[in-house]
Design a protein around this ligand. Structure first.
Ligand code: BGC
Length: 355
């Protein structure tokens, strides 16, 4: 081979090598959309599984409880958890999730503030090879990997069943949750599953039906005042989407001297609600054993982070895919069964409920 041919051959080899390595670089920056298994992922520095928990808010009793229970459950399994809460700000929640992703979490657990906006989190996590679990609230229109919650339609049904038993005929007010939260739609669907046949019969009229923007209790108060004013206080029953809103409904009723006279339903079995129930201003709540939810998610999260693929019998459509789902059973709580439910479970202490 002449010198020129040798030089040409070497040049060609170099070129091929450069192109190949350039391609390789591109390939490594384009992370797979399909989540990688842990065996293919780098483990974190201390060797522990690291879970990111992106929360909507910590402004309500239940979410503080979720945070603490989830942290304890993850740590009991020998893993670590980094928690960030966005205070109801969609853009902030996406930024916080990005932060968790860039810090190298192995898996993300998300309580979405906004069911649609958080789809961006799922996309970003998947691009980084991280799988995502929807905690309590469903992330819609995304390839979310797993959804663990309660049977939220059943929550609404339990509320309406309890109230229609007491008020089979009359004027109803529905104080909904945040329209941006998929759960709020499910709660409402459940309520109307029970009310609709009675509405059709002409026994029940829904005289007021509004969402509560951002689930803020003050907005629920304004809604309830509007409901009372529009009906000259002529209302027979109120179903509120949770206990925080029910508390404000009762405050509005109190202002009119009606607290304790009109049945009110809530949900979450918050301590204040349990106290109102035994005192007689709130009729019922729905207890969702958060301990079981937090434990279930922690176990599944750690298994998934280790590379296991979880499938479930139950699937929930999120507008894009059939999401593998675990839905736990909610429990109706009133004055009569307070002791056998929330108190027996240690959710609240007896002396705190009956102050
Ligand atoms: C939860 C409720 C909670 C509400 C407001 C819903 O998605 O399921 O338990 O009260 O959000 O935070």
């Amino acid at each position: 081979m002449g010198l020129w041919r040798v030089l040409f051959f070497m040049l060609a080899l170099t070129l091929v090598f450069c192109v190949a390595s350039a391609c390789e670089n591109t390939a490594t920056t384009l992370k797979p959309v399909v989540p990688t298994k842990l065996s293919e992922k780098e483990t974190v520095d201390d060797g522990k599984i690291k879970i990111g928990f992106s929360m909507d808010t910590l402004e309500e009793e239940r979410w503080l409880r979720d945070r603490d229970l989830f942290k304890a459950a993850v740590e009991d399994l020998g893993a670590e958890v980094k928690i960030l809460a966005a205070n109801g700000d969609d853009a902030e929640q996406v930024l916080q999730a990005e932060k968790l992703i860039s810090e190298g979490v192995d898996l993300l657990v998300v309580v979405p503030h906004n069911a649609e906006a958080t789809a961006a989190i799922v996309n970003k996590a998947h691009l980084a090879g991280i799988r995502v679990i929807s905690y309590d609230r469903l992330v819609k229109n995304s390839d979310i990997d797993l959804y663990v919650s309660f049977d939220n339609e059943k929550v609404g049904e339990l509320q309406a069943e309890a109230i229609t038993k007491l008020v089979p005929k009359g004027k109803y007010v529905y104080i909904g949750g945040a329209e941006t939260d998929n759960n709020a739609h499910l709660f409402k669907k459940g309520v109307f599953n029970v009310l609709q046949p009675l509405i059709d019969k002409g026994d029940i009229t829904v005289v007021y039906d509004e969402w509560t923007r951002n689930w803020l209790p003050d907005n629920a108060f304004a809604n309830m005042e509007a409901a009372l004013a529009a009906n000259n206080n002529d209302i027979d029953a109120v179903i509120a989407a949770n206990d925080a809103t029910a508390g404000k409904v009762i405050e509005a009723l109190e202002k009119q001297g009606l607290a304790g006279k009109i049945p009110v339903a809530g949900q979450d079995a918050e301590l204040l609600a349990a106290q109102r129930i035994v005192q007689g201003t709130q009729t019922m709540t729905v207890y969702k054993p958060i301990q079981t939810l937090a434990q279930e998610v922690a176990e599944l999260a750690v298994r998934m982070a280790k590379g296991e693929y979880i499938d479930t019998d139950r699937k929930v459509n999120n507008g894009k895919i059939e999401v593998p789902s675990v839905l736990l059973a909610p429990i109706a709580v009133n004055k009569e069964n307070m002791d056998e439910t929330v108190i027996r479970d240690g959710f609240h202490l007896r002396e705190d409920v009956y102050r």
